[in-house]
Design a protein around this ligand. Sequence first.
Ligand SMILES: [Zn+2]
Length: 221
Amino acid sequence: MLSERTRKNNQNTHNFRYFPWGNILTAHCYEEGCSLEEGDIALEICAQDDPVFDRTAKTASFDGLAAFNAETGLNLSEDDIVYYRWNPELETDVNTYFITITGQGNYGDTNLIYWNITKAANTGTVTIKGTDEEGRKVYDGKAVEPVLTLPEELPANGPAVTYKYWKKMGSYWSGHGDIAPKDAGKYKVEIYIPESANYNSRTIEYEFEILQRPVTITPIA
Ligand SMILES: [Zn+2]
């Protein structure tokens, strides 16, 4: 990881070796009487702590780049920040990365920082087919059908979405199992959404009501 580079500029002759440590790449000059404080000039890689997936590009940046380039004579840019995926098979930005600097080749192996882009909270929503805005529908003799809207598809071979129903009995909820109700009453459904490529698993609850169908009496003419 050590290498040398001698560089002349207007004020000094520097004789640098480069030391990557954490998210800092330090150039240390071994010339006596170097103009740099402690003989060091540092470049910092800045990356937001464990950003959450949100479909926007996540990138790291440099702090101190202009001064570092000026002293060392390197010509680093943010294009020289490279992201290696810990699991290259994942077809998503959600991954662990290690970030290195490349492009100049004279400071060796700079495995600088580990970085996680984490899954987002699942924003899935549920309604019951045929209900109004308050979650009510009139009895039609058919079992209710939940309609799930997810931010992305679930993995084909992963765990399934599960549904659990509860019926309101006075002041408490009585378990109704996984059988979608059809009879009049107040219910809630608890839906477990498994995790997907970019989103965490989540359980959501939705309350709905099946109203009794009004009886229509047709008078005999
Ligand atoms: Zn120097």
